[in-house]
Design a protein around this ligand. Structure first.
Ligand code: BGC
Length: 262
């Protein structure tokens, strides 16, 4: 069995668990620690170190994947919409590796969630263009074509009603403005219609904690594109980060049998 440790860094919590990357099942309890106030780099790194020690440590030969809510290019965090601005331009992957004394695989959180759905969830075996959006503090996005992830799509920052889309349509906007499902769904309608007009996707997948009550808002949307709830909600980042860190499973070649020379 292949295993990897996945860590999901979010605006409010940092979560981690050991994952069976063949099946996508958690092999340990999920541990969650609060994200330090302000989300400054050194404090987040220290919390990740603590979390791994709480999980009982991780052997050197077990891959470690970490996902983070920002654009990640070649190990650098290039944006900071909902975390400390100190992350912008930071060699974040190297910072974690120094503190942990080992290699990690470092990716955007929504990309990790999208990859989790490709390997173990609603996008498994689905051909064509899939857009996964996570509706949480911000809006994260993953763009997937024929099972291949195209990283850092950042569709939460498209403009909607003259504002950053996530400020209008993320789940945090519903809570902040006390919107009922119908009012929030009107904003989601605009948002997904806009995405449809730009990308003509074959499937939308909606992730984030609120997708567990998807029945309250998905039926209110009228779209050309099928829209479904993610299979993995709060564990998606952990699963995807772990799966992206693990070596890609190679399909067994079909065995060739020599014909019996008689
Ligand atoms: C960030 C994305 C992130 C999303 C969800 C957005 O504000 O720009 O990088 O994936 O929030 O956390």
């Amino acid at each position: 069995m292949a295993k990897a440790l996945g860590i999901d860094i979010g605006g409010t919590g940092i979560k981690g668990a050991l994952v069976d990357t063949d099946s996508g099942e958690l092999l340990t309890d999920r541990i969650k620690l609060p994200t330090p106030e302000g989300g400054a780099p050194d404090e987040i790194v220290a919390t990740v170190v603590q979390l791994i020690s709480d999980l009982g440590g991780v052997e050197d030969d077990v891959p470690l994947g970490v996902c983070f809510p920002a654009i990640v290019r070649n190990g650098r965090t290039m944006s900071a919409a909902n975390v400390s601005k100190k992350w912008i331009g930071l060699e974040a992957e190297a910072l974690f590796e120094k503190a942990l004394g080992r290699d990690i695989h470092f990716v955007n959180d929504a990309d990790a969630a999208g990859y989790a759905e490709v390997r173990y969830g609603a996008a498994k075996g689905v051909k064509g263009l899939i857009i996964l959006t996570t509706l949480g503090t911000g809006i994260g996005s993953a763009l997937i074509y024929d099972g291949v992830l195209i990283p850092n799509s950042e569709f939460g920052h498209l403009e909607l009603d003259g504002k950053d889309a996530e400020k209008r349509a993320a789940y945090s906007a519903k809570e902040r403005e006390n919107l009922d499902w119908e009012h929030w769904a009107k904003r989601l309608q605009k948002y997904y219609t806009y995405l449809e007009s730009l990308f003509s996707p074959d499937l939308f997948i909606v992730g984030g904690g609120v997708s567990k009550t998807a029945d309250d808002f998905l039926p209110l949307l009228k779209l050309e594109t099928p829209i479904v709830a993610a299979v993995h909600r709060n564990n998606a980042g952990i699963l995807g980060a772990a799966a992206l860190a693990a070596p890609i499973p190679v399909a067994e070649p079909t065995p060739k049998f020599e014909t019996d020379a008689r």
